[in-house]
Write a protein that binds this ligand. Structure first.
Ligand code: PRP
Ligand code: ZN
Length: 286
């Protein structure tokens, strides 16, 4: 029991699918039926707790869970004693101030003396203090976006991702106050065995993340252009060059970031590269 890691993930919502896919991509197998609150992996000492995202920082700080996957929005708002082990790059969103579409926005002073509904009283409070705006923060735990239309508040401060929730509720975003993405967090103290398991998990997560941002590129090139092409796609150590059956031609294989590939594509073609294939990489260990 001691040597099983417990990870808290969001039960349902913006984070849950990506959190579980990341763990699956790490080669960890588990079953999560709908409505299940707990589950265990079958091939890694990992136990899952499915919780509301708001509760995850607290569970990890208390040591009920060793690890958690949560948005930085909840992390900063709850301000618990946990360690950020890795930023995960998904569930990107922003915390923004929004007002009814019909209002004219005049700048931050608009909020002076206003009533703002939010589930993020700490982040909003700190922000307003820094900007020297006095406003009433009305804390509510959900459906913040309907507060203006029912007369509960004159503005809101809430998570915006696609922006469709604001639009459907006749609101417009006027100030972004915080940016967030998902992060893997951990309890500050763990025994050696747990630490070792966390390292194993992080190693796999890094391999998945690195793989996602890289591509395996294969192309054919005339031999006289090889030097130029190799300089454009340097690869991990150096590209692989194999002779083609056709005299004077080679096949060049390399690994590079997708960005690097697009930046160099015109030069590659100008240098004589053809039959270019770009293949996804599942995992990458350097
Ligand atoms: C946020 C926010 C909105 C929605 C905005 O909720 O409260 O409901 O996301 O997304 P959109 O801009 O794409 O429409 P969140 O996922 O944080 O859920 P929770 O507040 O229930 O935890
Ligand atoms: Zn939430």
């Amino acid at each position: 029991m001691e040597n099983i890691l417990r990870i808290a993930v969001q039960k349902s919502g913006r984070l849950s699918d990506d959190s579980l896919s990341l763990i699956k991509e790490c080669g960890i197998k588990f079953y999560n039926g709908t409505g299940k609150l707990k589950s265990s992996a079958t091939n890694f000492p990992l136990e899952f707790l499915f919780l509301r995202d708001d509760d995850i920082p607290g569970y990890v700080a208390d040591g009920v869970a060793d690890l958690g996957i949560v948005g930085e929005n909840e992390l900063v708002e709850k301000n618990k004693d946990v360690v950020v082990l890795k930023k995960l790059g998904f569930s990107k969103c922003r915390l923004s101030l929004a007002i009814p579409k019909s209002e004219t926005y005049t700048g931050l002073s608009f909020f002076q003396g206003k009533n703002i509904a939010t589930s993020y009283p700490k982040i909003l409070g700190d922000y307003l203090k820094e900007k020297a705006i006095q406003a009433d923060i009305h804390e509510i735990s959900g459906s913040v976006e309907i507060a203006p239309s029912i007369g509960l508040a004159e503005a809101i401060c809430d998570i915006v991702s696609s922006g469709s929730t604001l639009m459907m509720n006749g609101l417009k975003e006027v100030e972004e106050i915080f940016r967030s993405e998902a992060a893997l967090i951990g309890h500050p103290l763990m025994n050696q065995q747990k630490k070792h398991l966390v390292e194993k998990l992080l190693f796999r997560m890094n391999a998945v993340q690195k793989g996602k941002s890289s591509k395996y590129v294969l192309l054919n090139a005339p031999n006289h252009a090889l030097d130029k092409i190799v300089s454009l796609i340097p690869g991990m150590r150096s590209p692989t060059i194999l002779p083609l059956a056709q005299e004077g031609w080679s096949s060049v294989h390399s690994v590079l970031s997708e960005e690097q590939f697009w930046e160099n594509i015109e030069e590659l073609r100008a240098a004589g590269a053809e039959g270019i294939l770009v293949v996804p990489i599942e995992k990458m260990i350097l």
